[in-house]
Design a protein around this ligand. Structure first.
Ligand code: ADP
Ligand code: ZN
Ligand code: ZN
Length: 749
């Protein structure tokens, strides 16, 4: 006779909104027995019904008058055990309420619409160039319709009507008008959206690994077949064949019937990697992308949950995808800053959380980079990670020759502009003549072209933020990069001293580089890649495709062009201002400059022709510039580690940054001061609390910002003290926001 299953009668529920604490409810006896942790439910709270997630089941509850769960919202659990454990760990480690961590695992689109419903799906009825033209002509006159077209242009394959209206935040009448004119059409569809469906892929063949690759792969294979937790750091120069190793590792994991998670810094920038993945694994991939429509995102998520897709690929949030039987995690370009969430809590680092996920799932994880973070290389040197090194390019092309040009000597010789030194100009000219291609790289910090008054020396500032306005020539306006504020057209009279015609532009930007280059070489064809030229979905890919097809001799860009691109006919890379970031007061600025210079240099000479890299700098003797020009990572690591030790910075010490902002300067500072004092009372003397200071950006959107840093041997004692202190924060002024950043990437914020 079968034993009756012991019935669980109570559930702990975390609500989506309102309350951080978990609440107990009873499970009505007529509910299905198999109600499980991770199930979505509707529960009563005071007089309202609210949505939530079951995170625990038990047979008793200490609460006397317990209310029953009203309704079940998902037939199956939406989050499974391993991921719940990970969420609990994150909540503690990043001092963030569990409710807010859970949101990452059950993003809004998943919580909202559980089913792929029949809905109106909107598609364009005109070719893209016509839409662009129409959009421009409607701009300012019929703004609502222009906005709709903006969104539609971002979704070339169409979009759900509800989403379209929501994203454009316009009324349905605007859509009806476009429909009446035959510009768009709508039809009912039950869609299984596959964002890759229309793309074409070149199937790639399995490569025979060369010796160093073989050694690295053998070490990874051992971990894969042992089925135990292990972290592999794959340090390989650009083009050494790291991706080939990832692909073969994924292949063996799939053969074992397991799944793989592949994180990339920013999907649009690494579409070549995605192409190669797709070429090898075609329909097994669920691709995440921050520009996916809600419907596409939901489908990809459910495909993984149901096991229809077995490889998840995407940026940092993909880490929380519901893969089961996980066999491998790969973090490509593990040093990349986009893996860290900095704007809101939890301020998690996807690489670090991924290591924890691998540990909880007992799987292997590969961290790959040409310039590993100091943290990862340090862990490898301590024996915590297995280090494999790839020191040559796989296709036997040589690493490029790197030269440094001293701008102190070169610049005065250039009349009229100081952008290009003579050696760089000469090299560009040669490339144009020989039909080879050039990449010109301008560091983002040098992007700002500001409006400065030459009479009184005042720069035009944003009235809401403590930052200078940046000039954008194409739109003829001054824009604040921190908020939406802009001035158009730029004023001609100085608002500070009143003098006219004294306002000049200062600083260089990618737009200006392009203009100057055309002035020097009138017939040159250029493409420009930066935040301005890549607003629409697919525009990266489009620009790269044009460049690869030889539609331009020169590609000018910000750090977006530094990452992961493979252009065989690029034989010259020019770095216009290598040292622009070195002046930023941050313990990681040297590391960042080294990484960027190495990445950019890696773009040259990837085909049959040898490459050349020219780095222009005002600081040729700076050790970072010098080490980057030799591309000597170990030497850089040892030098940087020594200075981190001296100043007690990571990786040998740990940091927590506490930042507060609010409309009243004095209140913000006072609250932080008292929080700091409280912590000081309880922290052991091995912890160093720095003073409360204004942030690097002291004011953003009319909010004043202050911060202080805590350094110490580990973060645990700090966050354990902070959590109860913050739970009391209801007594704090309402408009005040506190952000805790554990292991901050930057102290300049
Ligand atoms: P990384 O990811 O380190 O930048 P890739 O994996 O992209 O390097 O490899 C660079 C190029 O070399 C690619 O075109 C790749 O197909 C090729 N490649 C990689 N491994 C091998 C190999 N063992 N034999 C031949 N070509 C290879
Ligand atoms: Zn002035
Ligand atoms: Zn602003």
């Amino acid at each position: 006779m079968a034993h009756p299953m012991p019935k669980t009668r109570f559930a702990s529920v975390i609500l989506d909104e309102a309350i951080d604490r978990e609440l107990d409810y009873s499970i009505p006896p007529d509910f299905p027995v198999n109600i499980a942790i991770g199930t979505r439910v509707l529960v009563p709270l005071r007089s309202q019904l609210r949505k939530g997630t079951i995170i625990d089941l038990r047979e008793t509850s200490s609460i006397a008058s317990i209310k029953p769960i009203t309704e079940i919202l998902s037939e199956t659990p939406l989050i499974h055990g391993e991921l719940l454990d990970l969420a609990h760990w994150m909540s503690e480690y990043y001092a963030t309420p569990f409710r807010r961590v859970l949101r990452l695992f059950l993003p809004p689109t998943i919580r909202k619409g559980m089913e792929a419903k029949q809905q109106l799906f909107v598609t364009a009825e005109r070719p893209r160039p016509q839409l662009v033209e129409l959009c421009a002509s409607l701009r300012g006159k019929k703004e609502a319709q222009a906005k709709l077209l903006d969104i539609l242009l971002e979704h070339p394959k169409g979009i759900l009507l509800t989403e379209l209206l929501e994203k454009a935040s316009v009324a349905r009448t605007a859509f009806e008008q476009l429909k009446k004119q035959g510009v768009v059409s709508a039809s009912f569809l039950a869609i299984e959206r596959d964002p890759l469906a229309n793309a074409t892929f070149v199937p790639t063949r399995h490569k025979v690994l060369y010796d160093e690759q073989k050694t690295a792969f053998a070490s990874i294979s051992r971990s894969l077949s042992s089925g135990a937790f292990a972290v592999h750091l794959l340090h390989g120069i650009t083009g050494s064949g790291k991706t080939e190793i990832y692909l073969q590792a994924i292949e063996s994991v799939l053969k074992m019937g397991k799944t793989a998670l592949f994180l990339v810094p920013e999907i649009a920038l690494t579409s070549q990697t995605v192409e190669r993945l797709k070429g090898r694994f075609s329909d097994q991939i669920a691709l995440f992308h921050y520009r996916l429509s809600d419907g596409e995102r939901r489908d990809a998520w459910h495909a993984l949950q149901r096991g229809q897709a077995r490889i998840a690929v995407g940026p940092r949030s993909t880490l929380f995808a519901p893969l089961k039987q996980l066999g491998l995690i790969i973090i490509d370009e593990e040093h990349d800053g986009s893996y860290k969430q900095t704007e809101e809590m939890p301020c998690y680092h996807a690489r670090d959380v991924a290591v924890m996920r691998a540990k909880l799932a007992s799987t292997a994880i590969i961290l790959g980079s040409a310039t590993p973070s100091l943290e990862s290389y340090y862990n490898a040197s301590q024996g915590k990670y297995h280090l494999s090194t790839l020191s040559v390019r796989a296709e036997k092309s040589k690493l490029p020759h790197v030269e440094i040009v001293d701008l102190r000597e070169e610049s005065p010789k250039q009349k009229g502009h100081s952008l290009f030194s003579r050696p760089l100009l000469k090299a560009i000219e040669e490339r144009i003549k020989n039909g080879e291609q050039t990449l010109l790289f301008l560091n983002r910090r040098g992007y700002h072209a500001q409006r400065l008054c030459t009479a009184c020396g005042v720069t035009l500032q944003c009235p809401h933020c403590d930052v200078a306005l940046t000039f954008h020539r194409k739109d003829n306006r001054l824009t604040c990069h921190l908020c939406q504020y802009h001035l158009s057209p730029p004023p001609v009279q100085c608002s500070s001293c009143g003098s006219e015609d004294s306002l000049k532009y200062q600083g260089i930007g990618t737009e200006q580089v392009e203009r100057v280059l055309h002035a020097i070489f009138p017939e040159v064809r250029t493409l420009r890649l930066d935040a301005d030229t890549t607003k629409h979905k697919g525009s990266h890919d489009e620009l790269f495709k044009q460049f690869r097809a030889g539609k331009a001799e020169v590609l000018i860009g910000t750090q977006m062009i530094a990452k992961g691109l493979h252009f065989p006919s690029v034989t010259l890379v020019g770095v216009l201002n290598a040292d622009a970031s070195l002046g930023i007061p941050d313990f990681r600025s040297g590391e960042r400059v080294f990484q960027i210079l190495t990445q950019v240099a890696g773009r040259a000479g990837r085909g049959a022709l040898p490459g050349r890299v020219i780095i222009q700098t005002w600081l040729p003797e700076h050790p970072i510039i010098e080490l980057a020009s030799r591309q000597d990572y170990p030497a850089f690591y040892h030098q940087e580690l020594d200075s981190r030790k001296v100043f007690n910075y990571p990786p040998t010490a740990r940091l927590v940054k506490i930042l507060a902002s609010g409309p009243d300067e004095c209140t913000v500072q006072k609250v932080l001061d008292s929080l700091r004092q409280e912590l000081q009372k309880h922290l052991p003397s091995s912890y160093e609390l720095q003073n409360v200071l204004p942030c690097g950006y002291p004011k953003i959107k009319d909010r004043f910002r202050f911060q202080f840093l805590i350094k110490g041997p580990s973060c645990g004692p700090i966050t354990r003290l902070l959590t109860p202190l913050l739970q009391k924060r209801k007594t704090l002024p309402k408009e005040l926001r506190i952000l805790i950043d554990v292991d901050p990437l930057s102290t300049f914020s």
